[in-house]
Write a protein that binds this ligand. Structure first.
Ligand SMILES: *Cc1c(COP(=O)(O)O)cnc(C)c1O
Length: 356
């Protein structure tokens, strides 16, 4: 039976990406050697690496003055690298979920952290609005998409200080006005590649302003200077990212992705709102296009396990909600076709017919 992959991350990648990746693992560039057994200094790999960096810049329309680097350690390592490189005394954070909380916890190791607002009071089901950002903060940190709770900021905000965004789970899902940000970062395993590579887009003039000493590997300038080849890069994940970026380009770039993502999300949210058995958990105006969280209404609560079984029988994979929200979460990342969303919607309709 066809599987519909709604997993939250690592997640679905385009079929052509998986196909080309598996071919390269068997025979890279017609050399009779695997991608994972050649030197990263090899010309053929270098070409892949440089193309991935330049496609990233091109497709996200990154202006001059910004650098893109590929690193290890996941988005989680950035939680400490950011304050280490960019915070002298004070920073500000918007607390919109577990990832944001983890980020601000690390920043506290290096100075004063102001939590300007938090949505913890309602289990992170909305984006706080109308807060004020201290003008003397070195930067303001946000998480643009809260993977666990299904909330998302839908525009690039104006910020009085340097804006830094964790875009792990919505990167390349929509056009971004990069010049509004000092830095954008994320783990690649939610729209771009398998786990193993982290992307960082940083405005170069922000670097080198802190007083502390920075270990070589933790200094963004090291990786900028060496085109993300200071040490052995995660070649497998970067190859996959190059393939994904080529795929995004072939489809029509991030503007086209955004259109497709809106259509997919609308299809599912409309069914959640229409269906008498289900309800969404996130505030409507903050609903994520990437991670759709929903539960059963009180009247049908005891049917949740039945629906899970029914959905599984119909090929749905990865729709169990995160333990901190419960219910269901369908992740609609770029590579998920609308046919899969339709299949889930059909499941929900059929379940309602049988049970409500
Ligand atoms: C998954 C995720 C992370 C963690 O990424 P790692 O690469 O596993 O460290 C951080 N932030 C957000 C928003 C995420 O979705």
């Amino acid at each position: 039976m066809k599987k519909h992959n709604f997993t939250a991350g690592p997640c679905i990648l385009a079929p052509s990406v998986i196909e080309n990746l598996s071919n390269a693992v068997k025979d890279f560039d017609g050399q009779g050697l695997s991608l994972v057994e050649v030197s990263h200094r090899e010309k053929a790999y270098e070409a892949v690496h440089m193309e991935a960096l330049s496609l990233f810049k091109e497709l996200l329309n990154i202006p001059d003055g910004y650098k893109v680097v590929f690193l290890g350690g996941g988005a989680s390592l950035q939680f400490c690298m950011i304050p280490f490189n960019l915070m002298n005394k004070k920073s500000a954070y918007l607390e919109t979920g577990v990832w944001a909380s983890k980020a601000l916890k690390e920043a506290k190791l290096f100075g004063e952290v102001v939590t300007v607002a938090s949505s913890a009071d309602k289990n992170f089901s909305y984006y706080p609005k109308g807060y004020s950002i201290p003008k003397d903060a070195d930067y303001f940190h946000i998480t643009t998409n809260n993977t666990i709770y299904g909330t998302e900021i839908h525009e690039d905000m104006d910020c009085p200080v340097t804006l830094i965004a964790d875009m792990s789970s919505d990167i390349f899902s929509r056009p971004v006005d990069v010049k509004k940000y000092g830095m954008i970062y994320g783990g690649a395993q939610k729209n771009l590649a398998p786990a193993g590579v982290t992307f960082v887009v940083v405005r170069e003039d922000l670097l080198g302003k802190v007083d502390r000493k920075i270990p070589t590997m933790l200094d963004y300038r090291t990786h900028i200077k060496e085109d993300s080849m200071f040490n052995t890069p995660p070649v497998f994940a970067i190859y996959a990212m190059r393939e994904t970026l080529r795929w995004v380009k072939s489809i029509g770039g991030v503007a086209k992705m955004f259109e497709m993502n809106k259509a997919k999300a609308n299809l599912l949210y409309n069914e959640i709102d229409r269906n008498t058995m289900f309800q969404g958990t996130a505030a409507k105006e903050d609903r994520s296009l990437m991670n759709v969280c929903f539960v059963m209404t009180d009247k049908f609560k005891e049917k949740e396990a039945d629906f899970m079984t029914f959905a599984k029988e119909n090929g749905m994979v990865g729709i169990k909600g995160h333990r901190s929200v419960g219910g269901f979460r369908a992740s609609l990342y770029n590579a998920l076709p609308i046919e899969s969303v339709q299949a889930l919607v059909d499941c929900m309709k059929e379940f309602e017919k049988k049970n409500a």
